[in-house]
Design a protein around this ligand. Structure first.
Ligand code: NAP
Length: 368
């Protein structure tokens, strides 16, 4: 591995233990020794997303640039954070043309260039971007074949490992999108494709045209729409599932409460879930998360990620974080195990809870 990317192991171990991620080292991943007693970097457990093999947790790179939750973090810190993630064993990174716009792809491209070929980068297309602003949807074949070149350049790769349709364009049949991506695969610009927030019917149609590696949709303990036939469709067709928002934008980590206030730039300030009324109704749900985390001896973030991992073996959550400590903590979820009885009991406790600000189950059948 290149010199500039050498791990500061002392710092990693400090972060890991601070955040409770000693779990990773005890059972989930191995810190092996070579015959010369030189440490080998941790290797994390992997999972399959269709034909792809990636670490059981990926890293979401949306909030590393402006426009989502936190103020924009310093670029050099995010570059170091991304490189440290690789050093910790993460091989799966999630970005999109529209994050920034463009900034997240640029950051990921610059930070991860030294690891080209050793990691999996996913990006997304399908929004019209004008004057640095996201406009409506645009997934016409002409647009897809045009925007790919910008993404490749920003990501500094010859081919995108996993290229998702970010949202269905109501004016373009999914067969046409599949046809355009097929051409990109033939041209060597894309390796695999995926979709985001589509119905089981659209997913099935898309897969019939061109085998889909992964579906990426919102899923976490609070927001469980995809349990209504979407996960079952993935299972039946051999498609991987990538939950975005796996901590429900940090709610499930226990970081916020009814006294939390979000700045107007923070996307959460516009969501009913995070309003005073939402907190009033939803805080009680955290009692379940807290109780089980304490019982398992793990943090709430680890519990909510481990719960997702326990739902299906083809699930790979991509928690977004700008914090190396949070990343180390989150990776600890990879070594948490549940018994079938525990999973049944958790579900029994959470299912009756009426959460405010999440989607109704029937929305699963609509392309979002
Ligand atoms: N396909 C889509 O339509 C779609 C939509 C949204 C997002 N995504 C992708 O999914 C990724 C994740 O989704 P998301 O960022 O919306 O939701 P998320 O991962 O559930 O939540 C991100 C938030 O959680 C915080 N966080 C992470 N780990 C934490 C921990 N251990 N303790 C406390 N707080 C923690 C982060 O803050 P810190 O930075 O302070 O850690 C950040 O504010 C994104 O980065 C993006 O790549 C896709």
């Amino acid at each position: 591995m290149k010199k500039h990317s050498e791990i500061n192991r002392r710092e990693f171990f400090k972060n890991a233990s601070l955040a409770g991620a000693g779990l990773i080292l005890s059972s989930g991943a191995a810190i092996a020794s070579t015959s010369s007693n030189e440490e080998v970097l941790p290797s994390l457990p992997t999972r399959k997303l269709g034909p792809l093999t990636v670490t059981g947790l990926g890293l979401g790179c949306m909030s590393m640039v402006s426009g989502t939750y936190n103020p924009t973090p310093p670029k050099d810190e995010m570059i170091a954070h991304l490189r440290k993630a690789v050093e910790m064993g993460v091989t799966f990174f999630d970005t999109a043309e529209v994050y920034g716009p463009y900034g997240s792809e640029e950051l990921v491209g610059e930070a991860l260039e030294p690891f080209k070929g050793k990691i999996t980068i996913a990006s997304k297309f399908g929004f019209e971007i004008q004057n640095g602003r996201r406009m409506g949807r645009n997934a016409t074949p002409e647009s897809i074949k045009k925007v790919i070149d910008g993404s490749l350049k920003r990501l500094r790769v010859e081919a995108i490992d996993l290229y998702y349709l970010h949202r269905m364009d109501p004016n373009v049949p999914v067969e046409d999108v599949a046809g355009a991506v097929k051409d990109l695969i033939s041209a060597g610009k894309v390796k695999h494709w995926g979709l985001s927030e589509v119905s089981p019917a659209t997913l099935r149609k898309a897969h019939g045209e061109l085998p889909v590696a992964a579906l990426q949709s919102e899923y976490n303990m609070a927001e469980r729409v995809v349990e209504n036939q979407i996960l079952a469709t993935c299972e039946e067709l051999g498609i991987g599932f990538v939950p975005w928002g796996p901590t429900h934008r940090s709610f499930l980590t226990g970081r916020f409460n009814e006294y939390s206030r979000f700045s107007s730039e923070d996307r959460r300030s516009q969501l009913p879930f995070f309003s005073a009324e939402g907190f009033g109704q939803n805080m009680g749900f955290l009692r379940i998360v807290r109780k089980w985390s304490q019982q398992k001896g793990i943090t709430m973030a680890q519990f909510s990620l481990a719960w997702l991992l326990a739902q299906k073996p083809f699930i790979v959550p991509i928690p977004g974080t700008t914090s190396p400590q949070h990343l180390a903590e989150n990776l600890g979820a990879l070594s948490v195990k549940f018994t079938a009885a525990e999973l049944a009991e958790i579900r029994k406790e959470m299912e009756p809870y009426q959460i405010m600000g999440v989607r109704a189950p029937e929305t699963a059948f609509i392309d979002q």
